[in-house]
Design a protein around this ligand. Structure first.
Ligand code: 6R9
Length: 650
């Protein structure tokens, strides 16, 4: 079966940064001689205070894993994102801020204004004793101050770690403690979809579990009343007005950490993914420009939240390094109604729009009437990220938003990779709905046999996805635990970076990501470790045991299905079910709330006591005819019971 191909128009190709021939020759050069290729890109795309003499110094051998790029180069990320643009584009808008409420006027922040705000924010941090290498937690909504805070950290050499504003006080406290943060930056309340989250009171609750030395910087965003703890809480806006409007940049080594971002894995608590200053910035900048074919004057809109890696690379660092105009949206796609995305595109004349398949599916379900009244003629390129996109959603996006004319870039990458890894370059590739197509420059994907670990060389093949050699945007380590970095990514398949995804490669050499092959599930494009949800559930006094798996969900991609065994004297009830849902919300956050909870008197276990998740997944998928071999179970009768009472009877 050959899939339908969607080539870019001749006009698009004529104006594109990269066409098919350029892609082919540049890709070859990037893998034949990475030193020359990346050395030149790093010099062309970034400004260096001290030039580097070494380009690449990387090793994927277990026990010796080390990733360094441009290691003796010196630069400053904030300088590259702001100061160097001041002369040529000081009056150009750097950030458009579109508030949650469409009646509230949007803000246009120029590069000159951004410079002053970031300098003032830097001086506030310095006044709090934040120094080079110190960790700063950012727990903010999607407001310009989030970008100011990130860039202020970069300016003075502090390491930021953003915690998504939807996470609970416990999750926040864990991250503050894991990285030993000196300050946490938050806001009074966060409006989203017409409702308000009380971030300050969440932070107060989190700080009860942290060192009393941690300072709390509060952005008074809505002006809502909050508690105020003397000598600990600082009014950021008031302080910014008092400090100097200028702040020198701190020269940083290319390998100095820029940020830590916590992400879920298949085991244990979330890992602090560490990204570098030089390699990361180069990779974010280059991918933003080439994947979206960004041109001067375009308004770029990445609809992710800055709490996720997509927001780091494609709302803040990539676009600003390129001197772009980037749009920051505080709201949600369905408020006040399902036309909001398209209204914002019309209002700000957005050229590139980047969102997640789950949002497309949700809007698709609302019908096309919400799109019809909107002028989308400013659009040039559409993008998706976060999970595999199903052909129906792709086609809806293509027909209704792209009007059948715009390239759609389906970008596969991860928190760990810093930027796009497998993605169409829109002027260079014909796309196929559901395929991320081909690797970005310097990226060498391989398909491995999951059992033998051998590389599968045939073009058309299927297996697990791994990457053969390093690229500049690669994560450098897990914060405080380099061994965990090695075992998580380099021990299953020796000599490769193992991504945790399965994939197939078709006869044209196009890659199709088939989803995670580990115990990570993808709920509305958010990564969730099933182990995290399980440990939240078993922390409840009435729960004896819990097993969590993903199941197909029409809008979210995957839903969370929890099997719960109660303590001996507890009775299942709808009330208890609601209690457990609420419990997980407060332990982790609303995105982790189980969609379905099944009471399980017993779980299918091997004789050695290992839960057979394969069986639980099948039952959750309502595909229990194909359970396979269950003869190794200690008590096969529990399976009958689970099937009988399954929650997902389609
Ligand atoms: C950027 C981001 C990473 C996981 C990844 C994969 C899934 C991301 C995808 C995709 C298919 C795409 N994923 N993009 N699957 N097609 N275009 O999402 O980072 O939150 O770390 O998630 O998301 O399973 O391994 P992160």
């Amino acid at each position: 079966m050959t899939e339908k191909m969607y080539p870019p128009s001749d006009d698009f190709v004529a104006g594109a940064h990269i066409d098919a021939d350029t892609y082919a020759s540049m890709y070859q050069a990037s893998v034949d001689d990475p030193d020359t290729f990346w050395g030149r890109e790093a010099k062309d795309r970034l400004d260096w205070i001290e030039p580097f003499s070494v380009v690449k110094n990387t090793c994927f051998d277990l026990g010796k894993v080390s990733v360094k790029w441009f290691e003796d180069g010196v630069l400053n990320v904030a300088y590259n994102c702001i100061d160097r643009h001041l002369e040529s584009r000081g009056d150009q808008t750097a950030i458009i801020f579109e508030p949650d409420d469409p009646e509230t006027p949007a803000q246009h922040i120029t590069y000159t204004e951004l410079h002053e705000k970031v300098c003032r924010f830097s001086n506030v941090l310095l006044a709090q004793g934040v120094m080079r290498g110190d960790r700063v937690i950012i727990y903010l909504p999607m407001i310009p101050e989030a970008a100011y805070a990130m860039l202020a950290c970069a300016r003075i050499g502090a390491i930021h770690s953003i915690v998504f504003a939807g996470f609970s006080p416990d999750a926040l406290a864990n991250r503050i403690n894991d990285c030993g943060a000196k300050v946490v930056i938050t806001a009074d309340t966060a409006p989203r979809g017409g409702r308000r989250t009380n971030l300050k009171s969440n932070t107060d609750a989190a700080l009860l579990h942290c060192s009393d030395k941690v300072r709390c910087l509060v952005v008074k965003h809505t002006g809502d009343q909050t508690t105020w703890i003397q000598d600990r809480d600082v009014d950021v806006k008031a302080m910014m007005a008092q400090v100097a409007p200028d702040c020198p940049i701190r020269p940083m080594n290319a390998e100095d950490p820029l940020f830590i971002l916590y992400t879920s894995g298949s085991t244990g608590k979330p890992k602090g993914v560490v990204h570098s200053s030089g390699g990361y910035l180069l990779y974010a900048a280059m991918t933003q420009k080439l994947t979206f074919d960004y041109h001067d004057g375009d308004v770029f809109w990445c609809g992710a939240d800055v709490g996720w890696v997509t927001g780091h690379s494609y709302i803040v660092y990539g676009p600003l390094a390129n001197g772009a105009t980037t749009l920051m949206f505080e709201g949600v796609p369905t408020y006040p109604d399902a036309s909001r995305f398209w209204q914002v595109i019309e209002k700000h004349k957005v050229a590139q729009f980047y969102t997640a398949p789950t949002a497309i599916r949700a809007l698709m379900g609302q019908g096309t009437s919400f799109v019809e009244g909107c002028d989308l003629s400013s659009l040039k390129v559409l993008g998706t990220v976060g999970e595999p996109i199903n052909p129906e959603a792709w086609t809806w996006y293509n027909d209704n938003i792209g009007k059948g004319k715009l390239p759609i870039v389906d970008t596969w990458w991860q928190t760990e990779t810093g930027g796009h890894m497998i993605t169409p370059l829109p002027g260079a590739m014909a796309t196929k709905p559901g395929s991320a197509t081909k690797p970005f420059f310097g990226v060498q994907p391989v398909v491995l046999d999951p059992t033998s670990g051998k590389e599968l060389h045939e073009t058309k093949t299927e297996g697990v996805l791994a990457i053969k050699d390093s690229w500049p945007g690669q994560m450098r380590t897990v914060w405080g635990d380099h061994e965990r970095f090695e075992t998580t990514y380099f021990s299953d398949y020796k000599g490769y970076y193992f991504a945790g995804d399965g994939c197939r490669r078709d006869a044209d050499g196009y890659y199709w990501i088939t989803g995670r092959v580990d115990d990570v599930i993808n709920v509305s494009g958010h990564r969730m470790g099933t182990a995290e949800v399980e440990s939240a559930l078993v922390a409840h006094a009435k729960v004896a045991e819990a097993a969590v798996v993903g199941y197909p969900h029409a809008v979210k991609g995957q839903g969370i299905y929890a099997y719960v065994t109660l303590m001996n004297n507890e009775e299942p009830s709808d009330e208890l079910r609601r209690e457990l849902e609420g419990w997980v919300r407060t332990e982790i956050g609303p995105i982790a709330k189980p969609d379905l909870i099944q009471w399980a008197p017993g779980l299918p276990k091997t004789r050695s006591g290992k839960i057979m998740r394969r069986i639980l997944r099948k039952i959750a998928e309502n595909d229990y005819d194909a359970l396979g071999d269950i003869s190794t179970l200690a008590d096969p009768s529990v399976v009958e019971e689970l099937i009988e009472n399954r929650m997902n009877k389609a």
